[in-house]
Design a protein around this ligand. Structure first.
Ligand SMILES: Cc1cc2nc3c(=O)[nH]c(=O)nc-3n(C[C@H](O)[C@H](O)[C@H](O)COP(=O)(O)OP(=O)(O)OC[C@H]3O[C@@H](n4cnc5c(N)ncnc54)[C@H](O)[C@@H]3O)c2cc1C
Length: 455
């Protein structure tokens, strides 16, 4: 072990390799519950591509596993250390290298924080749409690693749709460039897309070319209160069926509303069972909101409140962004699920989760990127109570089983990591699983990159 640290240090500037036990403990895990955490032998914080290449060459020579990390906001254990690994934190490679308004692209290092990129491109009249609720912390490298989604994906799509090209350091230290910076390009297999959502198992992303859009008009939001989650879900189906194109369509259930009020005193209506948040960034958002409000009323909404201006809209969005953090305060621990179902089955999903909460006698709050059918049931439990912890784990599994039964997927955006490994096999089936393992072996024949994750 001492040898490996020495080998790492020999090719890196002072301070890049850290073995302080407190720092290593802080970098050992992401934000997922119930995921094993190993003891790293060192944390390395590279500043350059050459640094990363040196780390991977050293790891290959010494046969030491490497766990790439962004900001560790992941919710699946994907960034957790494994025993004896090098934790490779890309957070300090955080330069925006280029913003090009003609080609509508940005070129960034992996440690750039999502919100920092969004604000930088906004200053040039441009827009980087993927906006996870964790956008003030999470990095573009981590977003690529997980294939992150967010609040605006209902209109603009997820991270995969914005990654045009990548520079990736492979397990043996070679540098691979994939994709393009042109508007079109179909040369060869789409390796760029393969890396998106690969959770650090195929290579280390050291540079990304991402697509930008012209900045849309400021969005305006409304909230609609519903007497039941299924009524809100029926309204969502009608919204999509009638051809509306909201820039955001989110749902918070009663448990989530109360949790957000308790944490942030936001004055959300506590008597309602479901709150639908919708927004438009069209040239006339007020008119579009009025039409959508009428549709919600016809679908059973008891109250529809449009925001009067951008500031009010932002306050409503803030309530949604706080949902996960607020639910984390309901008890001592949470398990955050990420099941995505076809929109038409969303009502069954929410009713099913309520039934699971009753069956296991647990508090489960649901917030959802409802326009995408992507639910986040959050199981709140007391980690000090073994029986409640067991029920939490079982209810989490029951939620994934329900999602698959409804034709959905076990993860819409958070990834598989450690948390959902067993479930991936159930979703993919043996043939797809075998091929995916084969792909992993081509890129990482020694199995050094983020071992034990995903498969
Ligand atoms: C409050 C809260 C809200 C959230 N909301 C959302 C949401 O709306 N949508 C959403 O999708 N997620 C959400 N998340 C989850 C999380 O923020 C995302 O998964 C995010 O993409 C992780 O980014 P990160 O920089 O923290 O990466 P990490 O957690 O550090 O890593 C994530 C994965 O990517 C890999 N990785 C990281 N960097 C690289 C790299 N340079 N090269 C190769 N692999 C790499 C890691 O090995 C790991 O497997 C939320 C999390 C929290 C805590």
């Amino acid at each position: 072990m001492g040898d490996v640290v020495e080998m790492l240090g020999a090719g890196l500037a002072p301070g890049v390799v850290v073995t302080d036990p407190e720092v290593m403990a802080a970098y050992a895990r992401d934000m997922a519950s119930f995921s094993a955490v190993g003891d790293p032998l060192a944390v390395v914080m590279p500043r350059t591509v050459e640094d990363v290449q040196h780390v991977m060459r050293t790891a290959t020579a010494a046969r030491v596993p490497v766990v790439p990390q962004g900001a560790r906001t992941g919710l699946s254990g994907g960034a957790n250390a494994v025993d004896g690994c090098i934790v490779l934190s890309l957070a300090k490679m955080d330069r925006i290298l280029e913003i090009d308004p003609v080609d509508r692209i940005a070129v960034v290092e992996p440690g750039v924080v999502n919100a920092v990129l969004s604000r930088a491109v906004a200053e040039r009249g441009l827009y980087y749409p993927p906006d996870p609720s964790s956008w003030e912390q999470c990095t573009i490298g981590g977003n690529i690693g997980t294939g992150a989604g967010g609040l605006c994906c209902v209109k603009y799509g997820v991270t995969a749709e914005y990654v045009l090209g990548l520079d990736v350091v492979l397990a043996d230290g070679r540098l691979l460039s994939t994709g393009r910076r042109t508007a079109k390009g179909v040369a060869g297999y789409d390796l760029t897309r393969l890396f998106v959502g690969s959770e650090g198992t195929l290579g280390v992303v050291v540079k990304a070319v991402v697509a930008l859009r012209p900045a849309p008009p400021q969005q305006l939001a409304l909230v609609a209160e519903f007497p039941s989650a299924s009524a809100a879900c029926a309204a969502i189906c009608t919204i999509m069926e009638r051809g509306h194109v909201p820039s955001l369509l989110e749902l918070m259930d009663g448990t989530t509303i109360r949790a957000v009020n308790a944490m942030a005193q936001m004055g959300l209506p506590e008597s309602t069972e479901a709150l639908l948040l919708a927004a438009f960034d069209t040239p006339d958002p007020a008119a579009d909101l009025a039409a959508l409000g009428e549709l919600c009323t016809a679908a059973g909404a008891t109250e529809v409140v449009p925001a009067q201006d951008a500031a009010e809209s932002e306050m409503l969005l803030q309530a949604r962004r706080l949902s996960l953090t607020a639910l984390e305060r309901v008890s001592t621990a949470t398990m955050i699920d990420d099941v995505c179902v076809p929109r038409g089955r969303l009502g069954e999903m929410l009713d099913g989760v309520a039934a699971i909460a009753a069956e296991y006698d647990l508090t489960i709050g649901v917030c959802a990127h409802a326009g995408d059918g992507n639910t986040h049931p959050v199981v709140c439990f007391d980690a000090h109570d073994p029986d409640e912890s067991r029920r939490a784990r079982e209810s989490f599994d029951a939620i994934m089983a329900l999602g698959l039964e409804l034709g959905g997927t076990i993860t819409g955006e958070h990834g598989v990591g450690l948390l959902k490994k067993d479930w991936l096999a159930r979703e993919l089936g043996p043939t797809a699983l075998e091929l995916q393992r084969g792909v992993k072996a081509v890129f990482d024949p020694l199995g050094l990159l983020n071992p034990g994750k995903v498969f």
